[in-house]
Design a protein around this ligand. Structure first.
Ligand code: PEP
Length: 248
């Protein structure tokens, strides 16, 4: 039985004052029906971890470097993120793949670095609109999944997030059939490669999840939760998503 996960990605949003939102999420997280994760900007990880202490909210980072240390100005290693209080790190988000040219091999190396530092990697995959319209979605997802997931991935250290690029921050959401097709495909690939561990890995859907569409998305097969951007910034929205996931 996979425990559901509601994960929030604050992206480049949030100052210390916004940690009051985290406080306001504690009550929804305390229902303890699902796991709850917030990934604030790196500047807030330490303070967010302090703010979440004693609650069931886990804190994650949004990216890490593949190396453990070294001459990489401006970068952060997975060990540094763990030291700051993170338990998870997002790898391969489409905004990193596009803005920073992260390849599948880079994502696999970052995910391995996360495992080595004791972090759980939330590995993101997703097709562009052009790829979907060309009928290439499953090929793209299969290639990204194979290339971005280290051989050492387990149900304990890996979460997969399917995030169609065209649905992120746009208000556009795939049909439930389209979500089911991709999630079932990812599950089959994970089981073929990792056996029982692959069956235990959570697969999140991400892309314009809101309180108004969460119920129907969470009812789709092999959707084990959500990676939420915009709607994770406000406790009023994210709490409704946590509750919907708990009721799914
Ligand atoms: C995301 O950033 O991973 C995301 C899914 O964003 P949004 O929910 O805003 O579409």
């Amino acid at each position: 039985m996979r425990r559901k996960l509601a994960a929030g990605n604050w992206k480049m949003n949030g100052l210390a004052a916004n940690l009051t939102e985290l406080d306001a999420m504690k009550a929804a997280a305390a229902a303890d029906k699902v796991d709850v994760l917030i990934c604030p900007p790196a500047t807030l990880i330490s303070r967010a971890a302090d703010a979440a202490a004693g609650s069931s909210i886990a804190i994650g980072a949004q990216d890490c470097h593949a190396n453990a240390s070294g001459a990489h100005t401006g970068d952060l290693s997975a060990a540094m993120l763990a030291d700051a209080g993170a338990s998870h790190v997002i790898t391969g988000h489409s905004e990193r793949r596009v803005d920073h040219s992260d390849s599948d091999a880079d994502v696999a190396a970052k995910s391995q670095a996360a495992f080595d530092a004791g972090l759980i990697a939330v590995i993101c995959l997703g097709e562009s609109l052009a790829q979907r319209e060309a009928g290439d979605t499953l090929d793209v997802i299969g290639t990204q999944l194979a290339g971005s997931t280290p051989d050492s991935a387990t149900a304990a250290n890996t979460v997969i997030a399917y995030e169609p690029v065209w649905a992120i921050g746009t208000g556009k959401v795939p049909t439930l059939e389209q979500i089911a097709e991709v999630h079932d495909f990812i599950r089959a690939k994970l089981v073929a490669r990792f056996g029982a561990e692959g069956d235990g890995m959570r697969i999140l859907y991400g892309g314009s999840v809101k309180p108004g569409n969460a119920d129907e998305i969470f009812a789709v097969s092999n959707v084990d939760g959500a990676l939420v951007g915009g709607a994770s910034l406000k406790a009023s929205d994210f709490n409704a998503i946590i509750t919907a996931l708990g009721n799914a």
